[in-house]
Design a protein around this ligand. Structure first.
Ligand code: SAM
Length: 222
């Protein structure tokens, strides 16, 4: 089993109840993003315990939510029910179990810091989206990562602090790799939580891309 998947299996029992400013800001950011889910077929990659799946399922026509951690996924399945919701255990770095050009919105929150290569994930998002569809990505801001922030938790049984393996992607990495597979950037936000020090770096980076059907000439080979 992958180290990241193993770590999230261990984190699953306390993921929703731990103090976690990034998780909470992410939930707020998605719900206030203006992303239109009405009548939308949505794919969520790295759905975790279903914190955002719950909100998506309330608004969308259908939701396919993927995660490779069985324990995180079990919690999501308990939390979100409905004939229009499908949870799939899947590694999002490999071909998604979704038909091409059938999806209106792809959402991924706090996942890509655990994925070394962004482009294969963006390429799958581009493949499953119809032209004009939206990709919403939210991540721990690289400025925070460069200052040492990394997803971590205290294991309830052993008391051990576990840092989940992570990679830093610059803002330009997200944009370059998304443009290279057929997206255009429509929105970028950098958010700081309420009560943060005035000179604190942004905690969260959110990006919205639109599927254009045109692959940028530069960066396509990289
Ligand atoms: C920080 S949690 C975020 C969960 C949820 N999106 C949220 O915002 O609360 C990251 C999730 O991404 C999942 N994940 C990380 N890498 C993955 C991969 N390659 N394939 C599938 N899931 C992955 C983990 O198992 C974990 O559930």
């Amino acid at each position: 089993m992958d180290d990241v998947s193993r770590a999230y299996d261990q984190w699953a029992p306390s993921y929703d109840s731990d103090r976690n400013a990034t998780r909470d800001l992410d939930a707020f950011a998605l719900r206030s993003s203006g992303l239109s889910l009405r009548d939308a077929n949505v794919v969520e990659f790295g759905c975790g315990t279903g914190k955002n799946s719950e909100w998506i399922a309330e608004h969308a026509r259908s939701l396919t939510a993927m995660d490779f951690s069985p324990a995180m996924l079990r919690r999501a399945r308990e939390r979100v029910r409905g004939d229009h919701v499908r949870f799939v255990q899947h590694d999002v770095r490999t071909t998604w179990p979704v038909e091409s050009a059938t999806v209106d919105v792809v959402v991924g929150n706090l996942v890509l810091e655990h994925v070394e290569q962004l482009r294969p994930v963006f390429a799958e998002a581009a493949r499953v989206l119809r032209v004009g569809g939206a990709l919403y990505v939210a991540e721990l801001h690289p400025y925070k990562q460069w200052r040492g922030s990394q997803a971590h938790f205290t294991d309830g049984a052993s008391g051990e602090v576990v840092h989940v393996p992570a990679f830093v992607h610059a803002v330009s990495d997200y944009i370059t790799d998304a443009l290279a597979v057929g997206f255009t950037l429509t929105r970028i936000c950098e958010l700081t939580e309420g009560g943060a020090e005035p000179d604190a770096p942004p905690r969260l980076l959110t990006l919205v891309f639109q599927r254009t059907g045109v692959v940028a000439a530069y960066g396509a080979a990289g």
